[in-house]
Design a protein around this ligand. Structure first.
Ligand code: ACO
Ligand code: AKG
Ligand code: MG
Length: 460
């Protein structure tokens, strides 16, 4: 199957309300995307502002120097001045868009269908004459009369475009229709390849992208974390995982998705929810007793792919949904032996506690002490204890970071504080390797900017 990713985080992604990348951030994101292995980077619309222009210039320079390998695109209206600005930058390809539905023709460009065909032919031909590859985007293609859409695409092709982007600009497609549409266009319009640009207004962008590929599209537009106008477009991490699962195609380095997602979360200031596919904190964290019992026996019971594929690891939380298998496993990991009756009593206490979101290890040990009457604390003397001060990035909701930190195995207490740091975390580990792992987990939590770790030497 021939399919690649065009990442539009720097163009569509920056159209998310509140998102503005600095020039340095643009370049860093572009490098990260290239390292990830995306085929194309839509680096921005250079006519929009001087900093976008400058950012693209730097990205093109890195491409020339071999530091970036993806094809670099500049976005452009079907306006000759926009094309000139993009071609000055010597991008690999100019992506020229024009709204072709009757709604767009009437309300925006105030052109008839025939006039629009002339504009498209003229501007695509103009760009081509600058010696650059051209993609034409039929904006609002999915609300465009199909016969007219075919004429539009043929016009762009005949004027020199070798790719046509079919934009579901308001996100109204569904998979069956998408597959049919692409199959039809591929059949009717030889000599070009097709992109799918799917918005997520109905939550079907990823499904539509896959259906488009089945219909013959060869490039999927995506953004990291699904950023974009309104509710955004195809999320890169979701579509990459779906392509791997369904078609066994690796369009990007799956093990690098988490770091790219964190980078874009940091620079965009848009927090990714913990239940986001693949890169969200909870993507591989289980809860219900039946599920945890299942994964302890065979992780495939509740995981579509192993978390290690994405450089992640599995975990589970303990609360009133917990069953005996999970609890037994957790106490075993804590090095505490309880008989069946004690385990049942601990479980009963967990079940009857109201409103407790998570039972941390320290809470479980306390309950076990109550039940057994034995002193289970302090933990084995060789344990290392440390205090990690955490600074959050600007635009980050501290409590969301606190919540994420509190479920990391090894984290015993989390406190929000005032002063130079935002959060203090008390950590316990068996040895320095485990401590290092816990600190790494803390540092990789989205929103954490820096940490300062102090080892506890003595406690009174
Ligand atoms: C669906 C998508 O996301 S497509 C990508 C959209 N991208 C952007 O809008 C990039 C950010 N935009 C901007 O910075 C500005 O809108 C600019 C620089 C592009 C244009 O700014 P302005 O000239 O001030 O115009 P404004 O944005 O108010 O209106 C858009 C103008 O572009 C025209 N236009 C809109 N789309 C197109 C197009 N694809 N091709 C040609 N002209 C177009 C409109 O008809 C309108 O023209 P008018 O000035 O003659 O009325
Ligand atoms: O240029 C494209 O492919 C898509 C333009 C766009 O963002 C849209 O129509 O939603
Ligand atoms: Mg769009």
């Amino acid at each position: 199957m021939k399919v690649g990713i065009l990442d539009s985080t720097l163009r569509e992604g920056e159209q998310t309300p509140g998102v503005v990348f600095t020039m340095e951030q643009r370049v860093e994101i572009a490098k990260a995307l290239s390292d990830l292995g995306v085929s194309m980077i839509e680096a921005g619309h250079p006519a929009v502002s001087p900093d976008i222009y400058e950012g693209i210039k730097r990205i093109v320079k890195l491409k020339r120097e071999g530091e970036i390998t993806s094809e670099i695109l500049g976005h452009s209206r079907a306006v000759k001045r926009d094309v000139e600005i993009a071609s000055e930058l010597e991008v690999d390809r100019i992506a020229i868009f024009y709204g072709v539905s009757d709604i767009h023709l009437k309300a925006k460009t105030k052109t008839t269908r025939e006039e629009a065909l002339n504009v498209i032919a003229d501007v695509v031909g103009y760009a081509k004459a600058h010696g650059v590859k051209v993609r034409f985007t039929a904006e609002d293609a999915t609300r465009t009369d199909l016969n007219y859409l075919v004429r539009v695409a043929k016009t762009a092709r005949d004027a020199g475009a070798d790719r046509i982007s079919i934009a579901d600009t308001v996100g109204i497609l569904y998979p069956t229709k998408t597959r049919e549409l692409f199959s039809y266009l591929v059949r009717e319009i030889p000599g070009v390849e097709f992109d799918i640009h799917a918005h997520n207004d109905l939550g079907m962008a990823v499904a539509n992208a896959l259906a488009a590929v089945e219909g013959g599209a060869t490039i999927i537009h995506a953004t990291v974390n699904g950023l974009g106008e309104r509710v955004g477009i195809v999320a890169l991490q979701s579509v990459a995982a779906a392509l791997k699962y369904h078609f066994n195609v690796e369009v990007v380095r799956l093990d690098k998705l988490v770091s790219v997602s964190s980078l874009v979360e940091k620079y965009s200031g848009i927090p990714t929810p913990p239940n986001f596919p693949i890169t969200g904190d909870y993507a591989f964290v289980h809860k219900a007793g039946v599920h945890v019992a299942g994964i302890l026996s065979d992780p495939r019971t509740y995981e579509f792919m192993p978390p290690e594929t994405f450089g992640r690891s599995r975990d589970y939380v303990i609360d009133k949904y917990t069953g005996k298998h999970a609890l037994k496993d957790r106490f075993e990991r804590l090095g505490v032996k309880l008989d069946d009756r004690e385990m049942e009593q601990v479980l009963a206490k967990i079940k009857s506690s109201q409103g407790t979101r998570y039972f941390r290890d320290v809470d479980l040990l306390e309950i076990a002490e109550e039940v057994t009457g034995k002193v289970l604390k302090p933990r084995p003397p060789e344990r290392i204890e440390a205090v990690v001060s955490v600074k959050c990035g600007s635009n980050v909701y501290t409590t969301s970071v606190t919540r994420r930190l509190s479920v990391i195995p090894g984290v015993k207490e989390v406190m929000e504080i005032s002063g130079d740091y935002d959060i203090v975390v008390r950590v316990e580990a068996r040895d320095s390797t485990e401590l290092n792992n816990v600190i790494e987990s803390i540092r990789s939590v989205k929103g954490v900017e820096s940490t300062l770790t102090s080892l506890v030497l003595k406690k009174m």
